[in-house]
Design a binder for this molecule. Structure first.
Ligand code: PLP
Length: 363
């Protein structure tokens, strides 16, 4: 029983729908559904259950991979950052996990280990993001060392795009450079290849290769605000809701909230809503961030508190009451839009829902 009205509804059919959309963008590629960070905050097993039609799952750690294995998922599971320590290697082999190999120290663990099992590894190539991966120049010698080793490896080649979600000409040029670098370094090898994330598979379809690795797209987010979900027909999976718990009028000149951050310029009706940064609503959401009450967009005013926010409902003061249902994001209010108002990205908001918010599945 939960007495507080803040809730995150997880629309399960939307996950299946978004997977289908991913497939229409990459009809000739296999799909590695990225479910790391607890399924981008939606619950890793809950998400995986809906995405059983994917060809594999991408996770960030052994712990996440084992959660999936323990629930009986037999899919290919890729450790996207590979092993953090060599003690994980026997566990990875025992659980049939695919392993990213991004650095020399990880490579040495694999080369030195003795096993008869064929290890499936995804060699990560740094094509310009400069986070993880072997440099383009290192790739041929790394492959040679793998081939000469006593162990047997099934090799995939992968890289990651840094700016595929940005549409300005500098970002497009950079992405194109990464795509070209990946093509050049991998074309002489017949291994299976993977480059695109959600943004990449939508915007750069010709580099979808054998595997695409969508994450945010599956959750119905990460869409540029000028080409919203209606274009790609993605459906938001999470809807964050709460209720109005108080309503009051303030006179011109009066302040609302912590730090007296907002001052009324005229008589204003405000509604107080039971949601705050203690739930994962972003504290940096600015005055003006939209909130939906009974389908009407009203602006956030003043600072976000731990458990509450305040909104200006002067225009709808007759319709909105205590107990009125509020949507913070999801449904008709894109989480990307809220993220923009809070100077962040939808990923962070979705991952950031705290444990005190009940998650309710919608079948
Ligand atoms: C290696 C890798 N591939 C794919 C993804 C999925 O990215 P997105 O959620 O932007 O589709 C991620 C996420 O960060 C990643 O790290």
């Amino acid at each position: 029983m939960f007495y507080r009205p803040a809730r995150a509804y997880i629309h399960l059919p939307a996950l299946r729908h978004n997977l289908k959309i991913a497939k229409t963008f990459a009809p000739n590629s296999k799909i590695l559904a990225v479910v790391k960070a607890n399924g981008y905050g939606h619950g890793i097993c809950r998400v995986a259950q809906q995405l059983v039609g994917a060809d594999g799952f991408g996770v960030a750690s052994m712990d996440e991979a084992l959660q999936l294995r323990q629930k009986g998922f037999l899919h290919r599971i890729l450790l996207l950052e590979g092993l953090f320590s060599e003690v994980e290697l026997p566990l990875a082999i025992q659980n049939r996990l695919d392993i990213v190999v991004h650095s020399e120290h990880q490579l040495q663990w694999l080369l030195a280990y003795q096993t008869r099992t064929i290890m499936t590894i995804w060699l990560k190539i740094d094509t310009g993001m400069h986070r993880l991966g072997f440099s383009v120049d290192q790739v041929p010698s790394v492959i040679q060392r793998l081939e000469q080793n006593l162990n047997s490896f099934q090799v995939h080649l992968m890289s990651h795009l840094a700016s595929a979600d940005e549409q300005n000409s500098t970002a497009i040029e950079f992405t194109q450079k990464q795509i070209n670098a990946f093509r050049q370094v991998t074309e002489k090898f017949s291994f299976s290849k993977s480059l695109n994330n959600s943004a990449g598979l939508q915007a750069y379809e010709s580099s979808n290769y054998d595997w695409v690795r969508p994450g945010i797209l599956l959750y119905g987010a990460g869409q540029p605000l000028d080409s919203p979900n209606t274009l790609t027909q993605l459906k938001p999976v999470m809807r964050l809701e709460s209720e109005v718990i108080a309503i009051k009028w303030v006179n011109a000149g009066e302040f609302v909230g912590y730090g007296n951050d907002w001052q009324a310029t005229e008589e204003t009706c405000i509604a107080i809503i039971a949601i705050g940064y203690g739930d994962g609503y972003p504290r940096h959401a600015k005055t003006g961030t939209p909130v939906l009450i009974h389908g009407k967009r009203v602006p956030l005013i003043g600072r976000v508190s731990m458990d509450m926010i305040t909104v200006d409902i002067t225009k709808y003061s007759r319709e909105i009451q205590i107990g009125s249902l509020v949507t913070l994001w999801g449904g008709a209010l894109s989480v990307d839009e809220i993220a923009k108002h809070a100077n962040t990205i939808s990923y962070e908001l979705l991952c950031g829902i705290t444990s005190r918010v009940p998650m309710i599945e919608i079948q």
